[in-house]
Design a protein around this ligand. Structure first.
Ligand SMILES: C[S@@+](CC[C@H](N)C(=O)[O-])C[C@H]1O[C@@H](n2cnc3c(N)ncnc32)[C@H](O)[C@@H]1O
Length: 459
């Protein structure tokens, strides 16, 4: 059989040529699929009988294309599709059948769609949910769907949560997306972050970039247990979520830590902080977006491989840890990134454009930075990249664990505002000393406040 062109297929269709005859006894699967994929719109008098026959075809792609076309028929036979659904084994075809039936928007398909809700394929369950949601104000549908908020699959739970539960908690944003409150601009608060955050309004921060204290690895990071540590960070990042604007980012820098052994009779213990923390973030409305690896030169990190180099005994292999993670999360939203971007005026979008030489992979080679006062400071280059790639000029950047203030200084140098909290007096004073008058942000000078002063300023 000669190969048809797309135009020929359309003209055969328009001239009401019996396409069923054309495809009958055709062994070339790609020929059948090509015809089916190029049928285009189907008019109300199109004879689709051959499409139903193709539902019995042995090749799943042919059955899939047949269902797709049946979905375009004005007087689709839902009962025939339902019959085929019961015996169909191919996932793609099954999904397409549900999608075609859903698009019909016929209330008589309701009981079939109810049955589909117990399908083992979560995508099919989601399609059935979407098909049922079309019938607004139907109490029986709502009663069947609401309990699915406890469904074992997370996709299903999210759809139901958004539909029936989240909308009742939506707050009205009081500020335009691109703006924030003046009393948060270029402020450093000397306080426990959780105490300070109770005075920060919802939806006020555009980006959070931080490096939390590493569990019991330094004096300023002593917690009664690893569980207590993770729960403290959960509280901080849940509050951070509340104060973050819709669809904006949180970037957390962590790495596994080692707590050295107490004596030669014990072994040291390694804690997988980024991996453990992830669950606490994900369950509180932070959607995981990316993992970026911060790669350091080997010469800069602690030597752990020394012993192994001598003895080469398997099991006692301890590689030098040259990486840290930047875990990228976004405040969950149904809005697309495009919505966030369109909240800025053209001038800001143009001025914030990332210049040439940006990083193209998720492995960022950056030298660490050492400081004589603070033991764990960010390299400026790391802050620069995060702030440039994840915020616009004029945005408010938050660091709950301010340390020596690298995030603040870098944000300022890139024409963003910052809001930092830091509880250790030594580091708070150090930040203050580092903030020289000539580096003051041209529009708004930096203020170093006690908790009381900050609370007063919010009134
Ligand atoms: C890893 S350091 C951050 C260093 C910072 N990224 C920099 O570039 O200088 C973590 C900081 O969090 C501070 N911190 C720990 N617990 C805190 C809390 N509950 N509230 C505010 N700051 C806290 C510590 O004092 C420490 O300075």
């Amino acid at each position: 059989m000669s190969i048809l062109t797309k135009q020929e297929i359309i003209s055969l269709k328009n001239n009401k040529v019996n396409l069923g005859e054309l495809l009958k006894n055709q062994d070339d699967i790609s020929y059948i699929n090509f015809v089916l994929e190029n049928l285009g719109q189907l008019s109300h008098d199109f004879n689709g009988d051959f499409l139903y026959e193709l539902l019995q075809h042995s090749h799943p792609q042919v059955r899939f294309n047949a269902v797709k076309n049946i979905g375009k028929l004005k007087n689709l036979d839902a009962n025939l599709l339902i019959k085929n659904y019961q015996v169909e084994t191919d996932t793609k075809v099954r999904r397409e059948i549900i999608s075609s039936i859903g698009r019909q928007r016929h209330i008589q398909n309701k009981s079939f769609l109810f049955n589909v809700l117990s399908d083992t394929d979560p995508k099919i369950v989601c399609q059935a949910i979407r098909a049922l949601l079309v019938f607004e104000h139907d109490k029986t549908i709502e009663a069947r769907l609401r309990p699915l908020v406890n469904h074992p699959n997370e996709m299903v739970r999210t759809v139901i949560y958004k539909e029936f539960f989240a909308k009742f908690h939506q707050k009205n944003a009081t500020l335009p997306h691109a703006e924030t409150y003046d009393f948060l601009k270029n402020i450093v608060v000397h306080a426990d972050v959780l105490k300070a955050l109770t005075h920060v309004p919802d939806d006020s921060v555009h980006l959070t970039f931080t490096s939390p204290p590493y569990y019991n690895a330094r004096d300023y990071a002593i917690y009664p247990s690893y569980q207590a540590y993770l729960e403290f960070l959960e509280r901080v990042f849940t509050e951070t979520h509340r104060i973050t604007k819709e669809g904006r980012f949180l970037i957390v820098n962590t790495s596994p830590v080692i707590i050295p052994r107490v004596s030669r009779a014990h072994s040291s213990k390694r804690y997988a902080i980024p991996f453990d923390l992830h669950h606490y973030l994900a369950r509180n409305g932070w959607e995981f977006i990316d993992d970026i690896i911060w790669l350091k030169p080997e010469a800069c990190v602690k030597n752990r491989i020394g012993g192994f180099m001598q003895h080469r005994k398997p099991l006692a292999y301890k590689p030098n840890a040259v990486t840290e993670y930047l875990m990228v999360y976004r405040k969950q939203t149904e809005k697309l990134l495009d919505w966030n971007i369109r909240s800025y005026d053209d001038e800001t979008v143009k001025n914030s454009k990332v210049s040439d030489g940006y990083e193209t992979t998720n492995v960022w080679k950056i030298d660490p930075c050492f400081d004589k006062i603070h033991p764990a400071v960010f390299p400026v280059e790391l802050c620069k990249r995060v702030i440039q790639y994840y915020s616009y000029k004029g945005d408010l950047i938050f660091d709950p664990f301010g340390g020596s203030g690298t995030v603040g200084r870098t944000a300022k140098s890139l024409d963003r505002f910052f809001f930092l909290t830091e509880q250790e007096p030594v580091y708070f004073e150090y930040m203050k000393a580092k903030s020289k008058p000539q580096t003051l942000f041209k529009e708004r000078q930096t203020l170093f406040l006690t908790l009381e002063q900050f609370v007063e300023s919010t009134k």
